[in-house]
Design a protein around this ligand. Structure first.
Ligand SMILES: *[C@@H]1O[C@H](CO)[C@@H](O)[C@H](O)[C@H]1NC(C)=O
Ligand SMILES: *[C@@H]1O[C@H](CO)[C@@H](O)[C@H](O)[C@H]1NC(C)=O
Ligand SMILES: *[C@@H]1O[C@H](CO)[C@@H](O)[C@H](O)[C@H]1NC(C)=O
Length: 344
């Protein structure tokens, strides 16, 4: 979750914000319902970026808030009104789906999924969206600007629902209001109330190690984990210069850890003894303007060092041998002179 307050600030001073790092923020509701002839099991969760805000209790259709501030934010404005009408909406939705399923003779059981919400861009514009899927595939999409539903596959079900829903102007107007006006304003209220939790920062932990898939190749692995928020930059430096993207460089997707932090790996293939120095560089919001720099201790320099040591030892030995020889020869020369003296 990247600083929501930026958007509040932005509303106060439009046009004054220009952070190249700012990313769009999503508030979305994810709904899944499993329909059988006699029943419907509903589940629903609302996420602000990757933070779960609230969920529907499947047993009694009451809302469960994951944070005290989410409940406070919802008590303000339209959210409370929507919450009080929720059971009514859900009953109508179930009735409508059953009726439509019978009309097109859809086989039970089936699964309906809905994703609805809005994205708030750093330039202070927002866009609402709502997609409906059936059986794990796209079915229809609501076009917010044109206020109509568009089928996403050629099927009697998709066409019947798009046509039926588009003709209900009151539903379209309500959706436009919810997605384009209510959603961004609820997002800002949530950000305002939950700032401390939403702006949580965890520092990345990085380690560098090596894999040797073959004698001709080394894989330098930089493992970065435990960071939050999700956005991060990980690069390999060769002799201090960033290695550009290419076949030798592989970086995994950013994967979640169980404790709502993230991890990734960046793998660089190099030749053994290539005489370059390598380091993994990590930049993350939690580090401020600093970067983590983890050098790789190039073990292939070890033979070079031993060669140097052996050479030095050899030179020392030769020099020593030379000195001893010279000393001996000086002695034997003296002895020769002495002998010569005696003989003379
Ligand atoms: C709904 O059920 C949950 C348990 O499944 C319970 O904790 C909660 O208090 C119930 N809510 C209402 C409004 O009855
Ligand atoms: C704001 O940013 C979004 C996404 O980058 C872009 O699609 C949209 O056109 C922008 N709107 C304005 C008014 O600049
Ligand atoms: C990177 O991934 C591609 C495709 O998965 C693979 O062919 C290549 O060998 C990988 N490179 C490294 C350095 O792991």
């Amino acid at each position: 979750m990247q600083s929501c307050h930026l958007f509040l600030f932005l509303l106060l001073l439009p046009g004054m914000w220009a952070d190249p790092q700012a990313e769009p923020q999503f508030l979305q509701l994810l709904h899944t319902s499993v329909f059988t002839i006699s029943s419907a099991d509903l589940s629903m969760v609302t996420l602000l970026e990757d933070v779960a805000i609230l969920a529907l209790d499947p047993g009694n259709w009451s809302i469960h808030f994951h944070w005290p501030w989410a409940s406070q934010a919802t008590a303000e404005g339209d959210a409370e009104k929507i919450k009080s009408h929720l059971k009514f909406f859900l009953r109508n939705f179930i009735q409508y789906v059953h009726k439509t399923a019978q009309q097109v003779q859809l086989d039970y059981p089936f699964v309906i999924q809905i994703r609805a919400g809005c994205v708030l861009h750093p330039n202070n514009t927002s866009r609402g969206f709502m997609d409906v899927g059936e059986g794990g595939r796209d079915l229809i999409v609501f076009n917010v600007e044109r206020q109509h539903w568009e089928p996403q596959r050629p099927s009697p079900l998709a066409e019947l629902i798009s046509y039926g829903l588009t003709s209900k102007k009151s539903i379209s107007l309500l959706l436009v209001h919810l997605l384009s006006i209510f959603c961004p304003s609820y997002m800002l209220t949530l950000c305002n109330y939950g700032r401390a939790d939403l702006e949580r920062q965890e520092t990345p932990l990085a380690t560098v190690f090596v894999r040797t898939p073959s004698p001709a190749q080394l894989l330098l692995v930089c493992r970065v984990t435990g960071f939050y928020p999700r956005s991060i930059s990980v690069a390999w430096l060769r002799d201090g210069k960033e290695v550009p993207p290419g076949p030798a460089l592989n970086t995994t997707a950013i994967l979640p850890n169980a404790d709502l932090t993230y991890q990734l790996r960046s793998v660089l293939a190099v030749f053994p003894h290539d005489r370059h120095s390598y380091a993994c560089r990590v930049r993350h919001r939690s580090l401020g303007t600093r970067s983590l720099l983890i050098p790789w201790e190039n073990l292939s320099t070890a033979p070079t060092i031993s060669i140097i040591i052996i050479t030095v030892l050899l030179l020392v030995a030769i020099a020593f041998g030379g000195v001893v020889w010279w000393w001996k020869c000086r002695k034997c020369a003296e002895a020769t002179w002495e002998t010569q003296e005696f003989t003379i």
